[in-house]
Design a protein around this ligand. Structure first.
Ligand code: IMP
Ligand code: MG
Length: 176
């Protein structure tokens, strides 16, 4: 058990389990985008470790960039999304892959999709390491999902509780 701020967390997935989800996603993406001009857009801060590990296993050579928004406060989604770092790349003709650490309500994703539409991308798909289907309120297709999880609050492997816990190598859930 670990303590972060006022809350206690217990291990939910080990670092080895996380690695196996990442490798499997990386291999699928690598195969699907072979011969294509791929732009990976990681969503900060949560996806920084996932993007770093995901691209290490690829044989293709994608462009890699990041966007930054804020919608989460404490352990629940606020519903408002603020842009902190927007799109600087030319998307024309590129195959864009949005990379998220975790999709919860989908509010952030809906905002990102509205920012990216009409920018001339050849395609836009989403890869997320974790997905909480019970919390999802959108109908945007998630092409690549590492693992579906119940409606738990988790930290580690990039994900935080009150800005802490991101460097944990495993995934931890709020102690029930
Ligand atoms: P959404 O807009 O509600 O889908 O929330 C998306 C963002 O909130 C994710 O990119 C995460 O950064 C963060 N988030 C969602 N669920 C969790 C969680 O269980 N732990 C930590 N951060 C989370
Ligand atoms: Mg995020």
């Amino acid at each position: 058990m670990i303590q972060i701020g006022d809350k206690q967390f217990v291990e939910y997935l080990t670092a080895d389990q996380l690695e196996s989800y990442v490798i499997s996603l990386s291999m699928q993406i690598d195969k699907d985008y072979k011969g294509k001009d791929l732009l990976i857009l990681g969503i900060l801060n949560g996806s920084f470790l996932f993007v770093a590990d995901l691209v290490k296993y690829m044989t293709i050579d994608p462009e890699i960039s990041f966007l930054k928004f804020a919608s989460y406060e404490g352990t629940s989604s606020t519903g408002n999304v603020k842009d902190l770092i927007g799109i600087n790349e030319d998307l024309t003709g590129k195959h864009v892959l949005i990379v998220e650490d975790i999709v919860d309500s989908g509010t952030t994703l809906a905002h990102i999709m509205s920012l990216l539409k009409d920018k001339g991308a050849a395609s836009i798909q989403i890869a997320t390491l974790f997905f909480k289907p019970e919390a999802y309120k959108q109908d945007i297709e998630l092409r690549y999902i590492g693992k579906e999880i119940p409606n738990l609050f988790v930290v580690g492997y990039g994900m935080d509780y009150q800005s802490k816990g991101r460097n944990l190598t495993g995934l931890y859930q709020l102690k029930p």
